[in-house]
Design a protein around this ligand. Structure first.
Ligand code: SF4
Length: 646
């Protein structure tokens, strides 16, 4: 038996390092890497079992497939490359590169996934999505304030007096943060949890604030108001912009009004202020808060709170949203050639709308990678119509999905156990993991970057060298040599370019154009309540699945479970097990009521990713709006009504 290093490619905060035990017969077991300082040998079920299960799944795509009538027939790679390349050539000749769209998401992580961008940039820049279905609003808000986004080292939490978990369901989505919080609690730290829905982490909280959805920024304003009344130090004022604008924004509300908006009592606001403002406090933000119309300025208000309370650039402080350090210190541009072409951008949350309306030029060829947009984009019916209208859709994936079903050409991708790569997260810690190929690719599957290397060769594209995965990785790793990080060293253990003592924003020097912190200078949007559509539809991911992946491990049933609070049920005359119709301005779906106390009384809660083939997939009704900053989705601000089905 041999052991090989690998890592989890899923869209998760944690980027776990794996140790894979490979037996003589080729079978393998996935274990956590006890030497990884953050993930410390523990894996969730998705990493430990489901990823391997998918390698051998009966749903696995093993050969290229071409649509014929209503089904797909297997074809050879030679045929697949030639059909795809000829479609590209024809489209370039007749319409130019912008008539080709490349839709991608985060279904599988890995440095070499970025090589597909090189191919499309070499075509002259195609049409691409911009923004995200996840974290875009807060990213742009944070960039506006700090210049870029950095997290504190997880161990720095022990320098805090108060830990604030704001809109992050740690036990379902970021389990490796939990041991740090538990240890913090043992050391006497206070824990504040802010979330519209109670979670396992809120049970541990010193103070839990059940906030009204889409009002988090106002809670931050309440504390800023207290800080302003106490007086801000000259040192802090010297290193920031927009102070007068922020004072004007804060002056628009009394604490009582903020209490009314947020649903948090004045006493609770005082308790929060006491915990957060006495001593060092750190905030861990979540991405659920990113799917409201006001998400960008919400995060900016929270950033301003951290700054004005003296919790920026100091040990035990910080606002932990995402971390750009590793990505900035890799030469990813040498892979993507990002500056060599100017793509046309369609906002990701409105990708379907733009496919339908943009005709200069129209999209003729669509390539989809690492994504299942038929299920994950808002407004499923519009997405289906838009995608079915396109002449030629190519989808590359590991297993069949609702999106591969509608594709004209399906290309079989390898899993992370069948390819070489580097995996790291831009969401939290800075450890880079090497991914060793563990088994031979199943069937005829190939790493996606190899498919593009072959397409480039067929099309005679210059500047797509026929080199190995290791050589591509070494190109990107070049700047990491100054941190003593090389491919050879990463094969031995996961490495980080910085240690636990590295502190973002020391000396209050920021990456903004003038080096100062930008305080919030725009009012936070507060949408008026609509009497007919007064509930919010929320679709987070549960522990056992991720977006549309691993749905087979959930109890899917005839209808999606809709979790509602008994108070909402009473108001609407509903009981456990009732079949209901949920209507929004986008559409409607049916669901089965489950009564629970943990969900907010204004929220209709269901899990994301239910396959279209099961019917009543959540995005049939989700909102297609854009966030105030950053081109993010407003899915969690889908206003609904709920009616008992007859
Ligand atoms: S999904 Fe997250 S927690 Fe689970 S194994 Fe992957 S990285 Fe680790």
């Amino acid at each position: 038996m041999k052991t090989l290093k690998s890592a989890c490619p899923l869209d998760c905060w944690d980027a776990c390092s794996f140790i894979v035990e490979v037996k003589e017969n080729g079978d393998f077991n996935v274990k956590g890497d006890a030497n990884h300082p953050i993930t410390q040998g523990f894996l969730c079920k998705k990493g430990r079992e489901y990823l391997k299960e998918r390698v051998f799944s009966s749903n696995r795509i093993k050969t290229p497939l071409l649509k014929q009538g209503e089904s797909h027939i297997p074809i050879s790679w030679e045929q697949a490359i030639s059909i795809f390349a000829e479609k590209i050539k024809l489209t370039l000749d007749n319409y130019g590169p912008k008539a080709i769209a490349h839709y991608y998401d985060s279904g599988a992580g890995g440095l070499l996934k970025s090589l597909e961008h090189r191919f499309f940039n070499l075509l002259g820049g195609v049409t691409e999505p911009i923004g995200s279905l996840c974290w875009a609003a807060g990213l742009e808000g944070t960039k506006e304030d700090f210049g870029t986004y950095y997290c504190h080292h997880p161990l720095d939490m022990y320098n805090s007096d108060c830990i604030v978990i704001w809109g992050r369901n740690v036990t379902e989505t970021n389990i490796h943060l939990l041991p740090f919080i538990n240890e913090g609690l043992k050391r006497g730290k206070k824990l504040v949890v802010i979330d519209p829905n109670e979670t396992k982490i809120s049970e541990k909280a010193t103070l839990y604030l059940k906030i009204n959805p889409a009002t988090d920024g106002f809670l931050a304003l309440a504390l800023i108001k207290k800080l302003i009344n106490l007086g801000i130090s000259q040192e802090l004022l010297k290193h920031c912009n927009n102070y007068d604008d922020l004072v004007k924004i804060v002056d628009c509300y009394t604490v009582e009004e903020i209490s009314e908006i947020t649903g948090i009592g004045v006493n609770e606001i005082d308790q929060f202020a006491k915990l957060y403002l006495s001593g060092r406090s750190t905030i861990y933000l979540g991405y659920g808060m990113q799917r409201y119309y006001n998400s960008g300025n919400t995060i900016r208000a929270i950033n301003s709170l951290a700054y004005l309370s003296g919790n920026v650039g100091v040990k035990g402080g910080g606002v932990n949203y995402a971390d750009s350090y590793v990505a900035k210190n890799l030469d990813i541009n040498s892979l993507t050639l990002a500056n060599s072409a100017q793509p046309r951008y369609f906002p990701k949350p409105q990708f379907a709308e733009y496919l339908l309306k943009e005709k200069e030029p129209p999209i003729k060829v669509l390539y989809i990678s690492r994504a299942n947009p038929i299920v994950t984009l808002p407004n499923t019916n519009k997405t289906l119509k838009a995608f079915l209208d396109i002449d030629f859709v190519v989808c590359c994936d590991v297993v069949h999905t609702d999106t591969t079903k509608i594709a004209d050409l399906v290309l079989p991708a390898t899993t992370s156990f069948e390819e070489e790569d580097l995996i790291f997260t831009s969401m939290w810690h800075r450890y880079i993991n090497y991914v060793h190929p563990v088994i031979e690719p199943q069937g005829q599957s190939k790493p996606e970057w190899m498919i593009f290397q072959e397409l480039a060769k067929y099309l005679d594209l210059p500047n797509f060298p026929q080199i190995t995965a290791s050589q591509w990785i070494e190109k990107a790793l070049k700047p990491m040599e100054k941190y003593n990080i090389t491919l050879e060293k990463l094969k031995e253990k996961s490495l980080s370019p910085t240690d636990q003592y590295s502190l973002p924003w020391q000396g209050l020097k920021f990456s903004t154009s003038d080096g100062k912190f930008n305080l919030l200078n725009e009012k936070i949007l507060l949408l008026e309540e609509n009497k007919d559509f007064s509930y919010l539809f929320m679709t987070p991911h549960p522990k056992l699945s991720l977006h549309s992946q691993f749905q087979q491990h959930l109890k899917l049933g005839d209808y999606p479970q809709i979790f509602i609070n008994p108070k909402l049920a009473k108001k609407e005359g509903l009981k456990d097990g009732d079949i209901v119709i949920i209507k929004s301005k986008t559409g409607e779906l049916k669901g089965e009521i489950t009564l629970v106390d943990w969900v907010h009384r204004k929220v209709l809660f269901t899990y994301e990713g239910r396959p279209l083939s099961y019917g009543n997939t959540p995005n049939l009704i989700t909102d297609e709006g854009l966030t105030d900053i950053g081109i993010g989705t407003t899915m969690y601000q889908t206003y609904c009504k709920i009616i008992k089905s007859s």
